[in-house]
Design a protein around this ligand. Sequence first.
Ligand code: TUI
Length: 311
Amino acid sequence: MKGPVTEILGCEYPVIQGGMAWVAEHNLAAAVSEAGGFGIIGAASAPAEIVREEIRKCKEMTDKPFGVNIMLLNPNADEVADIVIEEGVRAVTTGAGNPSKYMSKWKAAGVKVIPVVASTAMAVMMERAGADAVVAEGMESGGHIGSTTTFALVPQVCDAVNIPVIAAGGIADGRGMAAAMMLGASAVQMGTRFVAAKESIVHANYKEKIIKSKDIDSTVTGMSTGHPVRCLRNKMTREYLKMEKEGVELMELEKLTLGSLKRAVIDGDVVSGTLMAGQIAGLIQSEESCKDIIQGIVRECRELLQMRAID
Ligand code: TUI
């Protein structure tokens, strides 16, 4: 299972954990890295010094490398960009924007840079700017999404760039991982599967919602406002979508979602909280340890790829 991405990241398996806001904290990142994958702390909108503490707590839990995801809409992004250098973090992934302005200092410090992209144009731009790899994230993903599916996006990004491509969106088992490899990806990134992991600090109510959900249980809010976010259907999404249809102003809509992800993750409010999750949530049947998740996926993927080699 070694390849260009395990080489860049210094991990055993080409399985990366998504940098999810509130969810991807030090316990989850350390558990994923300890299990041979690549754990990521999601800086999201946390104050920069909290991110530094998270990095230090993660280092106490594992000697293995891990990364930090910087959400570029975050006003603290500049500060977090320096902290990853100061703390000697192995790799940075970025989401929801263009990280070009940080590229030269990260590269100079030896931080590996892996932007998350939702289009071939962005992938090419990131390769030119010096990215070590890209995550091609399809619209099956949870949270903030682009508009192209993983199945269509991954092979097109693979053809457009020469750096390794990590597939994300709609992948939660060995079949998905094998399919992503067939499309040309060198690794996969999973989010939703790790939300439901044993080591994930996400409230039991949220995990239960993922485990009980079916294929069609996610929806996308904010399509009309230019900030599409995929989450599981609940009272919040029903109200949001109704107001969106009525053309209610963005400020009013924002009131509905302010603090709603934290309410879901920490307080377990599955009624008015935002339950970010991908379309693959329906595939997830139980809460498992990161070690079991990663070993299971890698074993299944390996078997499928070997079967193909024999034929
Ligand atoms: O970033 C994500 N997923 C996220 S961020 C997030 S935080 C949030 N919380 C509440 C409401 C809204 C967001 C939750 N989930 N995924 C990576 C990703 N990046 N998906 C799409 C993109 C992207 C979009 C535009 C990357 C680059 C891009 O380029 C824009 C440009 O500058 O050209």
